[in-house]
Design a protein around this ligand. Structure first.
Ligand code: AHR
Length: 515
């Protein structure tokens, strides 16, 4: 395989025209499916950060932008098409500065606060507990509430749980009813802190473990509402954090989180839509390193929990580029290109392989922040655009709750400028309840098509597919050109009994439904 050495974006454009093709074989072990891909792997994250909540999801009932009780109608409709299974809120770092009682009661009377983590913006608390939990009901997803360990109190967190979930004649349930909500909401997922090693309190794992145990004691399950308790986990390579929590918290937690951002250099993250072929491959390499990270955390968890009672949740992941020029510093607003789509597809394919332990993942973040599904117009004209990453999530819907099928891939590898090698093809397969199969294929190469043979492991009758690709890897959608990167039907497959052949163009993602 030729080593990619060109250095400029202009050079990347040269790669737009495929010149050669490599061959690859994917062998699906159709009889070896054991584990379900939890739909929560397709989870989302919405923080009080930049315009994720305000202007993204929420415009308020008096806005000229069409809305349903304050929620942007276009955004909600697009998100419903994704079948979002779970939504994490209110942070992130914001969660450990958040005092939930500021966000209930008449909106005009709610106090303001300075969003210290994210640009010093004044937060008016108009989107609070009711607005979040009602949004989850509108989207048909499970809420995942992140509690404040860093600057909150045990009493505050315990009362929040009571407010949301108690149906009894209790003080917090009475307060909720006074604020207009008779019945409790169903709240399953509850995070006890976020990034406790950093913005969540700068704790050691030993100290945090004790804090978890103390807070956890007072979070009472209510009849019909059993909390699934998630501990604040490690940042990517911090394996000691996981080891200590497994030892000191053990089965008091239902899950432990881990955060993994596809960032190579925090001091120089790079531009979202201008990058060289070398940078692209380095990004792919960093993204695929998530597999080593997940595998290692899982191994450590296996040492004390071989039956896998405790789940690993990648409850923040995604790309993190420089903020777009001209946007508000600290608001983490970035464009989203075909490269981001490839990253999303590769990451999801990795999570599928570890679903025996990895039972949730939440991409950061849902709207207007980091690797977003949707961008809304910052000028307030009411425009919205679906990103290439949105299209991956939409194309991959068939994996939710399907049974993961192990597979082998034989393909070329590509060399990064640092001499590391990345496979040119990634794939994943799963069996649906109706017996059909969903197969995703990614051709990572910028210059070569891929002649693929897929051994299905069982005879099939028909196949339907869709493809996401673009002329250039840095292509993106904006308000004037919303469909530059958009899925198209893909019917260039040849099916012969249990063998499927197809030719994938460079930098493309294909998802097939095989019956
Ligand atoms: O997603 C942005 C931030 O990244 C979150 O607030 C924090 O948890 C992480 O460091």
């Amino acid at each position: 395989m030729r080593r990619i050495t060109l250095t400029t974006l202009a050079a990347a454009l040269l790669f737009a025209a495929p010149t050669t093709a490599s061959e690859a074989t994917v062998t699906i072990h159709a009889d070896q499916g054991k584990y379900k891909i939890n739909k929560e792997i397709y989870g989302q994250f919405a923080e009080h950060l930049g315009s994720c909540i305000y202007g993204g999801l929420w415009v308020g009932p008096d806005s000229p932008i069409p809305n349903t009780d304050g929620y942007r109608s276009d955004v909600v409709e697009a998100l419903r098409r994704l079948q979002v299974p779970v939504l994490r809120w209110p942070g992130g770092c914001f969660a450990d500065d958040y005092h939930w009682m500021d966000g209930i009661g008449p909106r005009s009377q709610r106090p303001t606060l300075r969003n210290n983590n994210w640009g010093g913006t004044i937060e008016d608390n108009s989107f609070g507990t009711h607005e979040f939990l009602n949004l989850c009901e509108l989207l048909g997803c499970e809420p995942y509430v992140s509690g404040n360990v860093g600057s909150g109190t045990v009493k505050e967190m315990a009362q929040w749980v009571e407010y949301m979930t108690s149906d009894g004649d209790t003080p917090m349930a009475r307060l909720r009813r006074q604020n207009g909500r008779e019945k409790p909401w169903h709240v399953k997922y509850f995070g006890i802190g976020n990034e406790a090693w950093g913005c969540g309190g700068n704790m050691t794992p030993e100290y945090y473990s004790n804090e978890f145990r103390r807070y956890n004691t007072y979070l009472r399950d209510q009849p019909g509402n059993r909390l699934y308790r998630i501990a604040s986990g490690a940042s990517d390579y911090d394996y000691n954090w996981t080891r200590v929590l497994m030892r000191n918290i053990g089965r008091r937690m239902n899950a432990l989180s881990v955060h993994y951002y596809t960032v190579r250099n925090w001091g120089n993250k790079g531009k979202a839509t201008a990058f060289s072929p070398e940078e692209y491959l380095l990004t792919v390499e960093k993204c695929l390193d998530v597999e080593n990270v997940v595998r290692r955390h899982c191994q450590i968890m296996d040492e004390t929990d071989p039956e896998k009672h405790i789940a690993l949740m990648v409850d923040e992941w995604g790309t993190w580029w420089d903020e777009e020029p001209g946007t508000i510093p600290g608001h983490l607003y970035q464009q989203n290109s075909m490269r981001d789509a490839i990253v999303a597809a590769l990451m999801l394919n990795v999570y599928h392989k570890y679903v025996d332990r990895v039972r949730m993942a939440n991409i950061a973040q849902m709207v207007n922040v980091l690797q977003a599904m949707i961008l809304t117009d910052q000028e307030g004209t009411g425009h919205m655009v679906l990103t290439p990453t949105y299209h991956v999530f939409e194309m991959y819907k068939g994996f939710q709750e399907a049974t993961h099928l192990p597979l082998d891939i034989a393909c070329d590898s590509l060399s990064t400028v640092e001499g590391k090698r990345v496979p040119s093809v990634s794939a994943s397969a799963a069996r649906q309840a109706d017996g059909s199969m969903t197969v995703s294929l990614v051709n990572v190469s910028l210059e070569e098509s891929s002649e693929l043979t897929v051994q299905l492991g069982a005879e099939a009758r028909e196949v339907e597919g869709r493809i996401l690709t673009s002329k250039q890897i840095a292509d993106f959608n904006d308000f004037s050109h919303p469909d530059v990167v958009t899925p198209a039907p893909f019917n260039k497959t040849r099916l012969k009994k249990d063998r499927l052949t197809l030719k994938m163009p460079p930098r493309s993602i294909v998802v097939l439904q095989v019956k």
